[in-house]
Ligand binder design. Structure first.
Ligand SMILES: [Fe+2]
Ligand SMILES: [Fe+2]
Length: 228
């Protein structure tokens, strides 16, 4: 599940949902935008709710977790809450290898933003390429035959369908899919595109799931259930 967007003065508690998930699944995977504005207080509220989760938790950060400039504190709070926070690393839990990275924007297919022109554009493309290299390093660390890639940004355009076409380039990057397709990956999960679509595939055939909490899923719940 992704895009929890925990708010400082929010009324939504994830306590019950986390205990329900603990009964339904073996591992909880969080695909970023865990907080709404990246505030310390929001991360603390999430950490308190995560106490009712009794299964291992794997996660990545989202763009919203960076908003306030407190990402170091947010990161520490989330890690202290027991989340295996992946930023270019891998972790193996119960025989499944998770490779995680936030990812970045940049667009899809032949319409991807290229490294040309102003330094600001080149910096944006460089960030996108760097996130992809972090993902590659993470995937190289995976030893298990059952590998799941955890992202915030989308690696394919199919799972952002439903969003305005004009913002597709800000929702993900095909560079992520190009890297994924060089490894034997059983499933890819991401969030970020709240109005996107649940299911798609990379050009190489890896199943991709947009698990943002807003997305309609086969479970009929805010979370998806995936078996690897
Ligand atoms: Fe979000
Ligand atoms: Fe996001």
């Amino acid at each position: 599940m992704g895009d929890l967007h925990v708010k400082e003065h929010g009324t939504v508690s994830y306590k019950e949902l986390f205990s329900e998930i603990s009964q339904a699944a073996d591992i909880l995977v969080l695909t970023g935008d865990l907080t709404d504005l990246g505030k310390v207080k929001e991360a603390e509220l999430l950490a308190a709710d995560l106490r009712s989760c009794s299964i291992p938790i794997v996660g990545v950060l989202g763009n919203h977790d960076y908003e306030c400039g407190c990402v170091d504190e947010v990161r520490t709070i989330i890690k202290d809450a027991g989340v295996h926070l992946l930023e270019g690393q891998a972790v193996e839990i119960k025989g499944v290898g998770f490779a995680g990275v936030k990812g970045f924007a940049g667009g899809f297919g032949r319409h991807m933003l290229g490294s040309f022109g102003e330094p600001a554009i080149k910096a944006m493309v460089a960030e996108s390429v760097e996130e992809t290299m972090r993902l590659e390093n993470a995937l190289r660390q995976v030893r298990s035959e059952r590998a799941m890639v955890v992202l915030h940004y989308a690696p394919i355009p199919e799972t952002v369908e439903g969003e305005p076409k004009e913002i597709y380039p800000f929702l993900g990057s095909s560079r992520l899919a190009e890297t994924i397709d060089r490894f034997p990956v059983k499933a890819v999960v991401h969030g970020h595109a709240h109005r996107g679509r649940y299911e798609g595939r990379t050009p190489g055939g890896a199943p991709v799931y947009n698990v943002a909490s807003h997305i309609e899923k086969p479970t009929g719940k805010p979370y998806a259930l995936l078996e690897l």
